[in-house]
Ligand binder design. Structure first.
Ligand code: NAP
Length: 274
């Protein structure tokens, strides 16, 4: 049988010797995406706030796969950060072939009790920085008639999720934005895909201070990363990781939205024993 270029066990050369920029590369899904892209021969620009983590990853990937790795520390809660990242890559003459908007975090609890500053930072990192970086890197991709953008959304993007309401809304932004621009730029040879993971075993839960029960059936970051890259290669504008998550999203579409939100509140609420 002929090898399938889209099969995860036999990845294509799509990004070999090309540059990929990954936000949130210091942990979790971003770290796994960096490992998988380096294994495919992609050169990497890694960004996040924790420089020690980025240095460790850069050294490991450059040593193991012989790829070039640049790191750039940036706090995406600062509105200037996307412009600084873009300035860094253009200053080095790097043409970013794949932009991975992965950095993000959640804030769990009653919205009326959550620190305002944390909620607003979340919108900046999860939405504004995604929009800004995409707007900065898309023109060159359109001009050269190729390039890819992966935007990490979530299964939380498909419905209201009480007690992590603002986070779910930011992920709905990511999903709808990705699906929209995917249609705009397809004609220019540029692919855009929203990756929608369900619960994934990363530092997310600890950062969001979210209870354990939502993470009982968590997937690995490696699996989620693989699904995202395969979805992008197949030209999908949205990919949901995991059969159980796909089933959940599909079945929720059939139920009244208010019912879905009500049931989600029962599962997510601080008093829940489910
Ligand atoms: N884990 C899940 O269950 C799950 C499910 C669905 C979707 N997602 C999405 O997956 C993406 C990756 O999350 P993860 O699960 O891998 O979580 P994670 O392990 O906590 O990693 C989050 C990454 O984002 C970076 N980041 C956070 N705030 C930042 C800021 N202000 N500036 C720059 N970088 C920042 C972190 O780097 P530094 O701390 O070093 O800055 C880290 O590299 C997020 O967009 C998340 O919404 C996660």
């Amino acid at each position: 049988m002929a090898p399938n270029p889209h099969n995860g066990s036999n990845p294509s050369n799509r990004w070999k010797a090309k540059w990929a920029l990954i936000t949130g590369a210091s942990a979790g899904i971003g770290w796994a995406l960096a490992e998988q892209l380096a294994a495919r021969g992609a050169h990497l620009v890694l960004t996040a706030r924790r420089t020690d983590r980025l240095q460790e990853l850069a050294a490991a990937l450059a040593g193991k796969h012989g790829v070039k790795v640049e790191i750039f520390a940036a706090d995406l809660a600062r509105p200037e950060a996307p412009g600084e990242i873009h300035g860094f890559t253009t200053g080095k003459g790097i043409d970013v072939e794949l932009l991975v908007n992965n950095a993000g975090f959640g804030v769990y609890g009653y919205t009326h009790e959550a620190p305002e500053s944390r909620l607003l930072e979340m919108v900046q990192v999860n939405c504004s920085a995604v929009l800004h970086l995409t707007r900065l890197y898309l023109p060159a991709m359109v001009a050269r008639r190729h390039g890819d953008v992966l935007i990490v959304a979530s299964t939380a993007a498909f419905q209201a999720v009480p007690f992590i309401s603002a986070y779910a809304a930011t992920k709905a932004f990511d999903l709808i934005f990705a699906e929209g621009i995917a249609e705009e730029v397809r004609q220019f040879g540029v692919r855009v895909c929203a990756l929608c993971p369900g619960s994934t075993n990363t530092e997310f839960q600890q950062v969001a201070r979210q209870p354990d029960r939502a993470f009982r059936y968590a997937e690995t970051a490696e699996k989620v990363a693989r699904v995202g890259l395969e979805g992008l290669e197949r030209g999908k504008s949205c990919v949901i990781s995991g059969a159980k998550n796909r089933w959940m999203v599909t079945s929720e579409r059939l139920a009244p939205r208010s019912f879905v939100a009500h049931m989600a509140a029962k599962v997510m609420g601080p008093q829940s024993t489910k």
